[in-house]
Design a protein around this ligand. Structure first.
Ligand code: PGA
Length: 256
């Protein structure tokens, strides 16, 4: 079951926390604590203003850098927005797109997220595309419909070859920052649904190779059980990724 070629990824989403010196300090601590035999991807996503200091702190290490969002336009009169070229200049190879906080607090639609995904792919930045359902949607049995609609909208007009650049992150909104992690079984079942929907959209080979991360209250104490699931290819971690004494253990997960 778990024999696949998908390289796991552990990503830390630092949201709107830390100033640049603190972010550099945390990145340095994480870098020092990396397992010697690291065999998967590690990604850090600091706030825009901290990208440069974190980039400096992770220089010549295997840690990858992501922005937490990005504009869909290349440049121009878009006050408050940050362009693909600007995040690349700051050292980013990846960008988180469609995070539930962008969807629900900043009212980003699937149309907007779709434009961002297309721009990222065109500009050679790897999108980490977040999808996920609200608690009431799960409780009323609508999870799969909601996820299918997000995937259809976010991948609209994108070819299989282009889509193969994308990493998906399943983040049930009710599990984000709440301490209520999806059980490994619920997460696995939902990942299987997402993979089957990707198969419908792009075929079996695509579905077998697309990486699907889980996010929502991932901790040092539950990462192993989640990562043991065959369709969970990594974790997108918020709160726990800010803890220098905990995140290294998440990175060094054990398949149990
Ligand atoms: P959390 O956040 O780990 O604090 O629940 C996850 C996320 O929002 O990416």
């Amino acid at each position: 079951m778990s024999s696949n070629n998908r390289i796991p990824m552990i990503a830390g989403n630092w949201k709107m926390h830390l100033v640049s010196s603190e972010a550099a300090e945390l990145a340095t601590a994480i870098r020092k604590a990396l397992p010697a035999n690291l065999r998967h991807d590690v990604l850090l996503a600091p706030t825009f203003t901290n990208l440069h200091s974190v980039h400096e702190a992770i220089k010549d290490s295997p840690i990858l850098l992501a922005a937490q969002d990005m504009a869909w336009e290349e440049k121009g009169a878009f006050t408050g927005a940050v362009s693909p070229a600007q995040i690349k200049d700051a050292g980013c190879t990846h960008v988180i797109l469609g995070h539930s906080e962008r969807r629900h607090i900043f009212l980003e639609s699937d149309e907007m997220i779709n434009k961002k995904v297309k721009t990222a792919i065109k500009d050679g930045i790897v999108p980490v595309l977040c999808i996920g359902e609200l608690l009431e949607e799960r409780e009323s049995g609508k999870t799969n419909d909601v996820l299918a609609k997000q995937l259809d909208g976010d991948f609209a007009g994108i070819t299989a070859e282009e889509a193969s650049k994308v990493i998906i992150a399943y983040e049930p909104v009710w599990a984000i920052g709440t301490g209520k992690t999806a059980t490994p079984e619920v997460a696995e079942e939902t990942h299987q649904f997402i993979r089957s929907h990707m198969e419908k959209m792009y075929g079996k080979a695509f579905a077998d190779s697309v990486r699907i991360l889980y996010g929502g209250s991932v901790k040092a104490t539950n990462v192993d059980q989640l990562m043991a699931q065959p369709d969970i290819d990594g974790a997108l971690v918020g709160g726990e990724s800010l803890k220098a004494d905990k995140f290294p253990r998440v990175i060094d997960f054990q398949k149990i």
